[in-house]
Design a protein. Structure first.
Length: 401
């Protein structure tokens, strides 16, 4: 394995563990500080708005400044924001820290597949599945670790704080490792500052525009259930204890990791069909978990939504985005697709806070409906369409003549 691939894998392990702790603990910590569900929606929505700007700009900066500095900054900022959360419990401070953390985390999420694609283009589908799968497994481990801390430490507020300190410190260690070991191969080019017109330019491959539309619908649906309300649903609807919910959250990560780890061995050909089918099944199982009145059965159906859904289509989506992005502007184009599609995710937490006050089932049910509807733009997706660089190569002799 190339040294840079080892660093990417190591950072994925660290970041996955820290994320598993953070995403499980933060909603409980905020509730312990007296933050209401609608206020949580505002905190998470504000973070989503900042993420849009970050993905647009940081992807382009990675083309101009290099992958290493932008990726390293994202790790350092994410670790700092996570570790400071217990020290600044006020609503405004939590809003700012959550915004900082998600901006950094989504910057990393934008650059990570770009670096992986440039390091191992031919085996990207296999590697992105394995790397993301391992990261999700470690998120399960992080959630399990957080659950153990909750059992061992009391009062609960102390346990919440210890977990957040651990998560922040781990990511900062990852940032240091990245800075010391990763070797930059990308040759930055172009002016250092990105013109606004370039950020707002939608001159992308038609397939990328269709992916963007599908992802925007899905992001809105996913954030209804998968933002702050993800662990709170089982507590509010069935009265489950946090320690029991931690087990469900661990299995939630495992069920997405398993198919990701195996996707490279499945020999999938019609990626569009698998993508569409995965979205439909994921939506059905997500909505089904909301209406089932039995706690155990609801949790079991909930756990299917990634096993037969996102665990398959997420690596496919990542592959298609890279395939139809131009080499010379890969960071910018990947950033644009992820940024504009995240608009739906900005509205999701706001709607989730309002829906949760109407009924505990609404966020999960409507989340599933929108997940399935996200497949509609993909019916116009052309899998046989050449990539931008393939089209340019075909046109080059004609231009020379």
């Amino acid at each position: 394995m190339k040294p840079n691939l080892r660093v990417l894998l190591g950072v994925s392990i660290i970041f996955g563990t820290a994320t598993g702790i953070y995403e499980f603990i933060l909603p409980y910590f905020l509730r312990a500080q007296g933050v209401s569900l609608p206020a949580m929606g505002v905190i998470f929505a504000g973070a989503g708005l900042a993420m849009l700007a970050a993905r647009l700009y940081m992807g382009g900066l990675a083309d101009r400044w290099g992958r290493k500095i932008i990726y390293g900054w994202s790790l350092a900022a994410c670790g700092l924001a996570t570790g400071l959360a217990p020290l600044l419990p006020g609503l405004v401070a939590q809003f700012l820290l959550k915004t900082m953390r998600e901006t950094a985390a989504l910057t990393r999420e934008t650059i990570h597949p770009v670096v992986l694609y440039e390091e191992a283009r031919q085996s990207f589908l296999n590697l992105i599945g394995k790397y993301r799968g391992i990261e999700f497994l470690l998120q399960a481990g992080g959630t399990m670790l957080a659950g153990g801390v909750l059992l061992l430490l009391s009062p609960a507020d102390l346990a919440y704080r210890v977990c957040l300190y651990l998560a922040g410190a781990a990511v900062l260690v990852g940032a240091l490792w990245w800075a010391l070991v990763f070797r930059e191969h990308w040759q930055p080019g172009g002016q250092r500052i990105i013109p606004l017109r370039e950020l707002l330019d939608f001159n992308l491959h038609p397939n990328l525009l269709l992916l963007m539309a599908s992802m925007a619908i899905f992001a809105f649906g996913m954030q209804l259930s998968h933002s702050f309300y993800l662990p709170l649903f089982f507590r509010d609807r069935f009265g489950m204890a946090p320690e029991v919910i931690a087990i469900i959250m661990v299995l939630h990560r495992v069920t997405i990791a398993v198919p990701m780890l195996l996707i490279g061995q499945l020999g999938l050909k019609n990626l569009r069909a698998w993508y569409i089918g995965g979205l439909i099944v994921e939506g059905i199982t997500m909505a089904g978990s909301a209406v089932i009145p039995l706690a155990g059965l609801s949790a079991a159906v909930f756990l299917l939504h990634d096993l037969v859904g996102a665990g398959i289509w997420v690596p496919i989506q990542a592959t298609l985005i890279q395939r139809y992005s131009r080499d010379a502007a890969r960071g910018m184009e990947v950033g644009k697709v992820l940024a504009w599609s995240s608009i739906g995710g900005i509205l999701g937490p706001l709607a989730a806070g309002w829906l949760a006050e109407q009924s505990t089932t609404y966020p999960y049910f409507f989340s599933g409906v929108l997940m399935s509807l996200a497949c509609i733009p993909l019916f116009w997706f052309r899998q046989d369409a050449p990539s931008p660089d393939e089209m340019a190569a075909k046109e080059a002799p004609v231009t020379a003549a």
